[in-house]
Design a protein around this ligand. Structure first.
Ligand code: NAD
Length: 297
């Protein structure tokens, strides 16, 4: 039987509607509009596209959007000073520094300077520690989006075998922490894992976050498993030009999986939706209000 296609685009639209409803309530009942500041240093065309779409999505959700575009030659000290200002700005609830930053700037130092309560990317070491100890954290957007899709598709994840392929700080590790928090039995597989297909074949849930086109094939998948493909890879088409594919051989795996996310249109749209969700969460926490339902881990 063919797998259910998990439509990330449609689900992201639902999450954005939920965000908008929360924003309306915050504005009408508390007189506070959540605000997101995005900081971009230098002229990376891909980053510029991301920043533009983040700003647009923020405004569409009814939130305040501030964009700081800094010259590539901006010093680390000036960038840290701007972050200090945004940390103190009462109208800003979320701060995101678009990575990568130019080589002369220490990205770790910049991330550490962001107030953890405003760290909507969830990269600050305090948030990493809070998530790792099962406490209330700001959670990285991509794994949060994957978790939301899994819960929507499967309901309770308790007791399920989950295999995360990839151990990056941005996707693999926080994804594993989130699945553990939802009571899965979690394995993190990586480039040194022995018998990767055999390990993946045990999983009820597979999350692939590697960056290798079409690596995961149907022989790796237990029939009926749910497969979340985080990978974004650009490959050459035989007829010329390029196209995006994930880490999972979609056509092949869809024959055995129970459910699968496509690329594009799966995890990608959920990442921006979760950035908006995190900004609302940060705002609610700042005001001492209950966590916004359906938008947190
Ligand atoms: P990364 O390069 O930091 O990490 C890749 C991980 O894959 C590493 O931990 C490595 O151990 C593992 N790996 C490499 N080769 C392997 C192999 N042969 N077998 C098993 N594991 C192997 O990458 P990342 O930042 O975690 O991103 C992973 C992918 O997800 C990329 O394609 C990236 O573009 C994509 N991504 C998508 C989104 C989104 O919004 N959809 C967000 C972030 C990243």
């Amino acid at each position: 039987m063919a797998a259910t296609v998990i439509d990330g685009k449609a689900f992201a639209a639902k999450v954005r509607e939920r965000v908008k409803a929360h924003v309306t309530r915050l504005v009408e009942e508390h007189g506070v509009m959540p605000g997101l500041a995005v900081v971009l240093v230098g002229e990376n065309p891909a980053s510029e596209v991301y920043v533009r779409s983040k700003g647009k999505a923020t405004r569409e959700a009814g939130m305040k959007s501030v964009e700081h575009k800094l010259d590539a030659a901006t010093s680390e000290a000036d960038l840290l000073a701007l972050i200090g200002e945004l940390n103190r700005d009462e109208t800003i609830h979320g701060i995101l520094v678009q990575l990568p930053v130019p080589d002369h700037i220490d990205a770790d130092k910049v991330l550490a300077a962001i107030d953890p309560a405003k760290d909507v990317d969830g990269f600050h070491i305090s948030n990493v520690g809070l998530l790792g100890t099962g406490q209330k954290a700001m959670v990285p957007c991509t794994p949060l989006g994957c978790l939301m899709m899994l819960r929507e598709e499967l309901g309770s994840l308790s007791g399920m075998e989950a295999v995360v392929i990839g151990r990056s700080n941005i996707v693999g590790k926080p994804m594993a922490q989130l699945l553990l928090k939802d009571s899965c039995t979690v394995t993190i597989a990586h480039s040194r894992t022995r018998d990767l297909p055999g390990v993946v074949r045990r999983a009820d849930i597979v999350v692939a976050a590697v960056g290798r086109p079409n690596m995961v094939t149907s022989e790796w998948i237990k029939p009926g498993a749910t497969v979340i493909d985080v990978g974004i890879n650009r490959i050459e088409k035989p007829e010329g030009g390029t196209r995006l594919v994930g880490d999972v051989d979609y056509e092949d795996v869809a024959k055995v999986a129970g459910a699968i996310t496509p690329v594009p249109g799966g995890v990608g749209p959920m990442t921006i939706a979760c950035l908006l969700a995190n900004t609302v969460t940060a705002c609610c926490r700042k005001l001492g209000l209950a966590e916004p339902e359906g938008l947190t881990a």
